[in-house]
Design a protein around this ligand. Structure first.
Ligand SMILES: Cc1cc2nc3c(=O)[nH]c(=O)nc-3n(C[C@H](O)[C@H](O)[C@H](O)COP(=O)(O)O)c2cc1C
Length: 195
């Protein structure tokens, strides 16, 4: 009887799945473009086994969303050549929450950024680099994307004021690919990282 009990316990512990890693996707969007790209990024990330995704407007993010996240992705519209003020406020919130928790800020966690802008080459680089710079300052490990040509990028982006306007199917596919890559690499990174 005792042996049977032990065997059951061993089998149960072997079969117990590790809790999923949590990815927070926080975005600001005034006219829906960045929100669409955020949904594509979520789709890609959620397709990876062992990942749970929390998708939130930056205005709704809680301290718990931040402190419990293994990886954080920020989505922002480009406004006057840089990330938007609410997206910047979110970065300040991340710093305040992780700083309060004690200590090592984003150490052992991953971060990334994506953006939408009206026209090509009109602030996308600056917006993403600004966010990346803040995340690096908080000790996150930064992950970028891979474009259709196979080159690494600062993260997905879309120019939305073309004809037709909005986020193209190509940009959405890029977002999904990026989300999947971010989730997969976060799993690898977290397996060896300590906070
Ligand atoms: C205040 C403001 C400033 C903007 N500045 C830029 C800019 O510098 N460069 C650009 O290409 N588009 C700019 N845009 C256009 C937005 O970045 C673009 O429409 C974006 O896709 C909006 O995203 P959303 O629908 O998620 O709000 C600006 C829009 C607003 C409202």
């Amino acid at each position: 009887m005792r042996r049977l009990l032990i065997a059951i316990l061993v089998l149960a512990s072997a079969g117990a799945a590790a809790p999923p890693l949590k990815i927070l996707i926080a975005y600001h969007s005034e006219t829906g473009n960045t929100e669409k790209l955020a949904a594509a990024v979520k789709e890609g990330a959620a397709s990876v086994q062992g990942i749970s995704v929390v998708l939130r407007k930056v205005s709704s993010v809680t301290a718990d969303d931040i402190s419990s996240a293994d990886g954080i992705i920020l989505g922002t519209p480009v406004q006057w050549g840089n990330l938007s003020a609410p997206a910047k406020q979110f970065l300040d919130q991340v710093g305040a929450v992780l700083g309060k928790a004690g200590s090592t800020y984003g150490e052992g966690r991953t971060a990334a950024v994506f953006c939408t802008a009206g026209s090509p080459s009109n602030g996308q680089e600056m917006a993403r680099l600004s966010a990346i710079s803040a995340f690096l300052g908080m000790r996150f490990a930064i992950l970028g994307g891979v474009n259709a040509e196979g080159f690494g990028t600062l993260g997905p982006e879309a120019a939305t004021a073309g004809k037709p306007p909005g986020v193209s199917a190509l940009a959405l596919a890029d977002g999904r690919r990026f989300g999947e890559r971010f989730a997969r690499l976060t799993l690898q990174f977290r397996a060896n990282a300590s906070r």
